[in-house]
Design a binder for this molecule. Structure first.
Ligand code: DC
Length: 229
């Protein structure tokens, strides 16, 4: 019987993490945990309460008073903020930018990491984010780090926003992606970084299916090592 693994998928925005972790989780019959959605939901709560992203005390209070959860309806995953479905509201460019600021706060990261560990403690989970392989689950059995050029990632985000009916332009989306990269890579606490033992996959020239095949092959290899060992 296969062990229920913890699989981490980290990387910058627009690299394909969400799509791939969803498909990977479906393929393996695992739970999928989109940790970016948790930071986004908290940023939305901060926006509504008009809390400044530098106000540590207010953000800490907000974390304690906020319940973020997920609901699975068929194939779709909904993000709930204190029971309210905010799945669409957390994806606007404005909330995306605010999320990068809110996610740099120490109290916010502590609260989110604690919740992520609780949600994934049983194993059999694919978690996607920025610090999953380095901070949240440094002992995860499978760690993937996805990369792609900012042009490719910006274009993917642009098409995604268009498909959601949001007004945007390509150049602006690429520069937003680059601004968020800078914030994610350079923040003091839990910056976006590849874990030493993560496998790097460049998705610039790969289709989703091809990338998924790479990851599945790696998971299979890990499973047989664990069974033999
Ligand atoms: O993956 P995403 O674009 O939904 O993430 C939204 C923001 O949250 C992004 O700026 C990075 C941040 N984030 C983080 O700091 N740590 C995570 N584990 C996941 C997301």
């Amino acid at each position: 019987m296969n062990k229920k693994l913890i699989i981490t998928i980290d990387g910058p925005s627009g690299v394909g993490k969400s799509t791939l972790s969803k498909l990977l989780a479906q393929e393996l019959g695992y739970l999928n945990l989109d940790t970016g959605a948790m930071y986004r939901a908290l940023a939305l709560a901060a926006f509504r309460a008009q809390i400044d992203s530098q106000d540590d005390t207010a953000l800490e209070k907000l974390c304690n008073a906020t319940h973020i959860s997920f609901e699975h309806i068929g194939d779709t995953e909904r993000v709930l903020l204190n029971g309210e479905d905010v799945s669409e509201l957390i994806r606007t460019p404005q909330i995306s930018m605010l999320t990068a600021e809110v996610a740099a706060n120490r109290a916010v990261r502590q609260a989110m990491v604690k919740r992520q560990r609780e949600l994934a403690v049983e194993g059999g989970v694919v978690l996607e984010g920025r610090d999953i392989g380095t901070v949240v689950f440094p002992h995860a059995e499978v760690k993937i780090f996805l990369v792609a050029s900012s042009e490719v990632r910006g274009r993917r985000r642009f098409l995604e926003l268009q498909a959601r009916g949001m007004e945007t332009d390509l150049a602006r989306t690429v520069s937003d992606v680059e601004a968020r990269d800078l914030a994610d890579y350079s923040r003091d606490i839990s910056p976006l970084r590849k874990a030493d033992d993560a496998v790097v996959i460049d998705t610039s020239e790969l289709s989703i299916r091809e990338t998924l095949e790479h990851i599945l092959a790696f998971v299979e290899q890990k499973q047989s090592q664990l069974t033999e060992g």
